[in-house]
Design a protein around this ligand. Structure first.
Ligand code: SF4
Ligand code: SF4
Length: 384
């Protein structure tokens, strides 16, 4: 970052009209140091959010107009932009070709990733994830730009810059990571480990139309009209929580980043170029998770606090629940559940509570949005 650049840049982008997108993206990136680091012949990986084969109007994926504009800017500097992601499910050409076509990525001037190899890496500096199996294509890129979508998220509360790099784990292996890190705090530490390993040159967030409610795939599009950029994903995410009215203390990746000193706790300590408050959506429907630490603090800390914390965080934790009228009995949730906690009874999923690790994969991959994030009534009363 140059001396005059800020931590986070926020610019207005009212819609996805190509000329407006290009001009907004140029301004956005210039404020965080520009693209002078791009060299001719450089392979620049654009890690988009292509969570599923969903059309751009669903607001689940990074909008293709943004990918196209960014790729054009990189091409003008002689670089080779390559876009990709690893959604849940099979990580192969057939699945990704469908995702590229439906999400509009096929219509962009970026090269689509066709390398579906998986490689083992060591992360000696990691806190919890010392080894990982990752998508090979990004390892072959000279630089990475992380282009996320702002969404609510069942397990992590927020899907924005930090969460987006979970897409560097091949889709078929994601359940294994949910098993390795079943606790949201550990899962968040794993995500921060991945962020620190990949260290994208630039993080961008598409918040032109975000997703609220039952995110990250079955929520509702919500217009915010802005784009965010920066070099530190957690600082961007902290501003994102302000945009959607989410308590940052409920976002496990931010808690993990705070503990490692990667991000200040207060938004006032971040230098922001742009009036981000002008894009706040006061009525954004968030998914709020509460960590054991918060309960412990509420109970005054100490051993007694820790015991209450353990009990309360289990008793009050959000869980998946099926809306039977919306369920078509396709069994996708049963297939993706890493804990094998779902069985089908009379054509509808039945979740075994004791086995469920609350990863919300079933909610994320339900094609009908029938699997919801449910908070127990007591949690709704006690924790607002
Ligand atoms: S994935 Fe959704 S629609 Fe399919 S069986 Fe599960 S809850 Fe029902
Ligand atoms: S039931 Fe859903 S939330 Fe629970 S372990 Fe299975 S996929 Fe994860």
């Amino acid at each position: 970052m140059n001396d005059t650049a800020c931590d986070v840049s926020v610019v207005s982008c009212t819609d996805y009209e190509p000329a407006r997108v290009r001009s907004a993206l140029e301004e956005l990136i210039a404020r965080v140091g520009g693209l002078d680091w791009v060299r001719p012949g450089m392979r620049v990986g654009i890690k988009a959010n292509l969570v599923s084969a969903m059309t751009p109007d669903c607001a689940a994926t990074t909008h293709p107009a943004l990918i196209d504009a960014l790729a054009a800017m990189l091409r003008e500097r002689g670089a080779i932009p390559v876009v990709g992601d690893s959604p849940g499910g099979l990580y192969n050409a057939a699945h990704l070709n469908k995702v590229y076509a439906v999400s509009g990525i096929d219509g962009t001037c970026a090269e689509r990733n066709r390398d579906f190899s998986t490689r083992e890496i060591a992360l000696p500096e990691a806190k919890v994830c010392k080894t990982a199996a990752v998508t090979g294509w990004l390892l072959d890129c000279d630089e990475i730009i992380n282009f996320a979508k702002l969404k609510s998220h069942g397990m992590m509360g927020l899907s924005a810059a930090a969460k987006n790099l979970f897409g560097t784990i091949p889709g078929t292996m994601k359940p294994e990571y949910h098993f390795r890190f079943p606790n949201p705090a550990d899962f968040a530490d794993m995500l921060v480990d991945l962020d620190e390993f990949w260290k994208p040159r630039l993080h961008l967030v598409d918040a032109v139309v975000a997703m609220e409610g039952n995110g990250p795939t079955a929520g509702t599009p919500k217009h915010l009209g802005c784009l965010l950029a920066g070099e530190n994903p957690h600082r961007i995410d902290l501003i994102c929580t302000g945009l959607i009215g989410l308590d940052p203390g409920t976002v496990p990746t931010l808690l993990a980043a705070w503990e490692r000193g990667l991000c200040p706790k207060r938004r006032e300590e971040i230098t922001v170029d742009g009036d981000w408050q002008a894009f706040k959506a006061g009525d954004f429907k968030t998914i709020t998770q509460r960590s054991g630490l918060q309960f412990q603090n509420a109970m005054g800390g100490g051993r007694r606090g820790a015991l209450y914390s353990k009990f309360l965080s289990r008793a009050l934790a959000a869980r998946p629940g099926v809306e039977k009228r919306e369920c078509v009995g396709c069994r996708k949730c049963e297939q993706v559940c890493p804990a094998k906690a779902i069985t089908m009874k009379r054509g509808k999923p039945l979740i075994e509570r004791a086995t469920c690790i609350r990863c919300f994969c079933c909610q994320e991959f339900c094609p009908k949005g029938a699997m919801k994030v449910r908070r127990p009534p007591l949690a709704r009363i006690l924790v607002r």
